[in-house]
Design a protein around this ligand. Structure first.
Ligand code: FES
Ligand code: FES
Length: 171
């Protein structure tokens, strides 16, 4: 008797507060699902092999590389992409404002992944040292800025987030 391979599965996933029920190919990468199926193209695709960090998003509060996951793995998960980082659509959150104010981007290709990585760091550590910031973003490659302004932006963002959410960050 022939064994039929499963080619699609139905998943339910909440992205930036909106729940989507979708049938997806079992081999579709999460980053492609987010960009092509959901239409959230702020998450960028660089190396497609877990090296550059451009595709970083939060899954259940943890920063992950969406090019290394399949869409079917996030069934039931809560996801935040760069489009969900601000307080409302079209508005910047404190980390994004800090990146803008410190000129922490040039071409912007790495920026969504950098901002999500910074968000994830600050949720865990409200007052990171420069070394801790550098370590946190060490998996995010920027070919433009030289990192100095990004490190300054994340440090300043920590201060801005502490003002808005004084209880944020537990170690
Ligand atoms: Fe995912 Fe580079 S595209 S790490
Ligand atoms: Fe161009 Fe970082 S701003 S890659």
């Amino acid at each position: 008797m022939a064994i039929e391979a499963t080619t699609h599965e139905r998943i339910s996933v909440t992205i930036n507060g909106v729940t989507y029920d979708k049938e997806v190919p079992v081999r579709m990468h999460l980053v492609d699902f987010i960009r092509q199926e959901i239409g959230l193209t702020g998450t960028h695709v660089g190396c497609e092999q877990g090296v550059c960090g451009a595709c970083t998003i939060e899954v259940n509060g943890e920063a992950v590389r969406s090019c290394l996951m399949f869409a079917v793995q996030v069934d039931g998960a809560q996801i935040t992409t760069i489009e969900g980082v601000g307080p409302a659509p079209g508005q910047l959150g404190p980390i994004q404002e800090s990146f803008r104010d410190h000129h922490a981007l040039q071409c912007g290709f790495c920026t969504p992944g950098m901002v999500i990585t910074a968000k994830s760091l600050l949720e865990f550590n409200a007052s990171p040292s420069e070394d801790e910031i550098r370590e946190a973003i060490s998996g995010n490659i920027c070919r433009c800025t030289g990192y100095k302004n990004i490190v300054a932006a994340v440090g300043d963002a920590a201060e801005r987030v502490r003002v808005i959410q004084p209880s944020n960050g537990h170690r």
